[in-house]
Design a binder for this molecule. Structure first.
Ligand code: 5GP
Ligand code: ZN
Length: 119
């Protein structure tokens, strides 16, 4: 989708600080970070939400989660087999959750204590 910001980042039409890539996923730093680590992980193919993607291509949703975990390990927020020190995955979905880019993305947040519940 040529009018989708994250499709344009995937197409390398808009620059981004890419930290992880597979054949079907891309991870890049958020331009307005809310934590020392704030990375966005997207499927390269356009899907608006996780709920839509899981029906269309469940393996691709699993690939996005696997990439998010790989980013967390790379950033020192987890190990291959454990969740220490820890991180948060967020998928804002729809207007009530404040989703602003309608291309599924997982926020990987970490590097500071994360309070719960979020705002
Ligand atoms: P949402 O609110 O849809 O869950 O999150 C969208 C995220 O995309 C926001 O955290 C915002 O800072 C980030 N963002 C918006 N425009 C750009 C951009 O051009 N490049 C990058 N790297 N992140 C962006
Ligand atoms: Zn898109």
């Amino acid at each position: 989708m040529s009018d989708c910001l994250f499709c344009r980042i995937v197409a390398r039409e808009i620059p981004a600080d890419v930290v992880h890539e597979t054949d079907r996923t891309l991870a890049f730093r958020d331009v307005n970070p809310q934590a020392p680590t704030h990375v966005l992980v997207v499927p390269k193919e356009h899907h608006a939400t996780a709920g839509l993607l899981v029906g269309a291509d469940p393996q691709l949703l699993a690939d996005v989660v696997a990439s998010a975990h790989a980013v967390a390990v790379q950033e020192g927020l987890a190990t291959e087999d454990g969740p220490e020190p820890g991180y948060r995955l967020v998928a804002n979905t729809g207007p009530a959750a404040g989703q602003t880019v309608h291309h599924l993305h997982l926020h990987v947040l970490g590097g500071r204590p994360l309070t719960w519940p979020p705002g």
